[in-house]
Design a protein around this ligand. Structure first.
Ligand code: GDD
Ligand code: MG
Length: 360
């Protein structure tokens, strides 16, 4: 079974973190987001993955290669320009000659794809969309269905007076190659706004797979990215790689007077100094240093982050190689890679672009 993953977006809502790191490669529990998605696909029998590339695509290829280390085949297909969600799928037509999964590349879910495929085949559908409930469907594709699961209406980004259900497009489809016939070649096309509408107009067998139970998140903004990290850390989203409590990697040294509370994951070769308090949930990548008497709470640190003495960081994301000098305070902020914070600086609700060197 093949799965096509749409990873062509620019990750605009995750800036500045996505300036130098594609959304799919942002670390979630110290692994690229896409690695978690691929794990789930493999569990459900997917053995070939097509990644439709765009922004900073080379990073994905250098990490995953041809997939052989994972026992699967990974193919990378370039788009000369962003072709939209349907155009990106059409662009891979030569590899799509049988039933396939198509996924939005920023969604993580534990949807039972095996059951979904059974339902798709049972109905004789040309397209099946997984649906998940959300509190507010306005940022999603709202999907109205008949009692037998057939799709009645698909409204992308519904207006307040169009909110007739809480069930939305989970960004996970099973498609037959027939659907490609409804998309023009080399043309910017949206699957949500155009292709699905064509299937409805032509009365094709187009079904929903309702899933109210599984974990589901679109990690396309900073709050959701943090939430996914914390949900995996705390077990709200099942992550088999994780043991309970505090987990430290190889070569990591934690001073005996440091206090690590709640769920904390520390990567390899980190140093946690004397008198440090870490209030989980908190995640540290490899080669991080937290110097004496600093406080870190509810934070995601990527690799190589260094924090000086007596600093405090909460509710924040610090990307690779950020350097926070002593006696600083950072709260509810996102620092892209290579940011320098001088001593005694206070930063609240800030987003700092890569490589920025702040001064007092
Ligand atoms: N290859 C390619 N080319 N991929 C693209 C392009 C493109 O031109 N444009 C967007 N994508 C990818 C993005 O990288 C992302 O993984 C996915 O398509 C969806 O785009 P988003 O920009 O994240 O859309 P959204 O979150 O506003 O809405 C979509 O997802 C919701 C579920 O999270 C829609 O599919 C909604 O209907 C759905 O409910
Ligand atoms: Mg999205």
């Amino acid at each position: 079974m093949k799965a096509l993953i749409l990873v062509g977006g620019l990750g605009t809502r995750l800036r500045p973190l996505t300036i130098n790191t594609p959304k799919a490669m942002m670390p979630v529990l110290n692994r690229p987001f896409m690695a978690h998605v691929i794990d789930h696909l493999r569990k459900h029998g997917v053995d070939e993955i097509i990644l439709t590339r765009g922004h900073l695509a080379k990073q994905m290829e250098s990490y995953f290669g041809d997939g052989s280390k994972l026992g699967i085949t990974i193919r990378y297909i370039d788009e000369s320009r962003p072709l939209g969600t349907a155009g990106g799928i059409k662009n891979c037509e030569q590899y799509l000659n049988d039933t396939f999964f198509a996924l939005n590349g920023d969604v993580f879910s534990t949807i039972n794809l095996t059951e979904m495929l059974k339902a798709h085949r049972g109905k004789g559908a040309v397209a099946t969309i997984a649906l998940t409930p959300v509190e507010n469907p306005s940022a999603f594709g709202l999907v109205e269905t008949e009692s037998d699961g057939r799709i009645k209406r698909f409204i992308e980004k519904p207006k307040p007076d169009e909110m007739t259900t809480d069930m939305i497009n989970a960004g996970c489809y099973i498609l037959e190659p027939e659907v490609l016939g409804y998309i023009q070649h080399d043309t910017v096309t949206s699957i949500e706004r155009e292709t699905f509408q064509s299937l409805l107009k032509n009365h094709r067998p187009f079904y929903a797979y309702n899933d109210r139970e599984s974990y589901w998140i679109d990690m396309g903004n900073r709050d959701k990215y943090c939430q996914l990290n914390m949900d995996m850390l705390t077990g709200r989203c099942p992550c088999p790689a994780l043991s309970s409590g505090v987990q430290t990697g190889e070569g990591t040294v934690v001073d005996s007077s440091a206090k690590l509370e709640g769920r904390v994951v520390v990567g390899n070769n980190c140093r946690i100094g004397a008198g440090v308090t870490i209030a989980g949930p908190a995640i540290f990548g490899d080669n991080c240093t937290i110097s004496d008497n600093s406080f870190i709470g509810n934070a995601v640190f990527w690799n190589g982050v260094k924090v000086g003495n007596n600093s405090s960081i909460d509710n924040s994301i610090l990307a690779d190689n950020c350097l926070v000098s002593e006696c600083s305070r950072i709260s509810t902020s996102a620092l892209a890679d290579g940011v320098f914070i001088p001593s005694s600086m206070i930063l609240i609700d800030s987003q700092i672009w890569p490589g920025t060197i702040l001064s007092n």
